[in-house]
Design a binder for this molecule. Sequence first.
Ligand SMILES: [Zn+2]
Length: 94
Amino acid sequence: MGRLEDPSDEGDLSLHSHEEWIFTNRNMLDAQILREVKAALKRAADGGFGVCLECGEPISPKRLEALPWARYCVPCQEMQGQSAEQGEAAEAAS
Ligand SMILES: [Zn+2]
């Protein structure tokens, strides 16, 4: 991953632990996304992929491109109050 194994510079210690923190959080995020992707693949096997779980309408290809594991269409996602993903607001506004 391009990380130096030797912490030769003591002054970099705080920076180092900060990087560690980022790594931990990114791994957690990856695990979360992996779960979503697995769930999406399962739905794909059931033939429900790309269909909103809430209203049954097809999820827009643009949204699926950005969020392949999306469970809900934009309006339903917003009603769920989980529009935290980046770009969601901009997409809904258009
Ligand atoms: Zn919907």
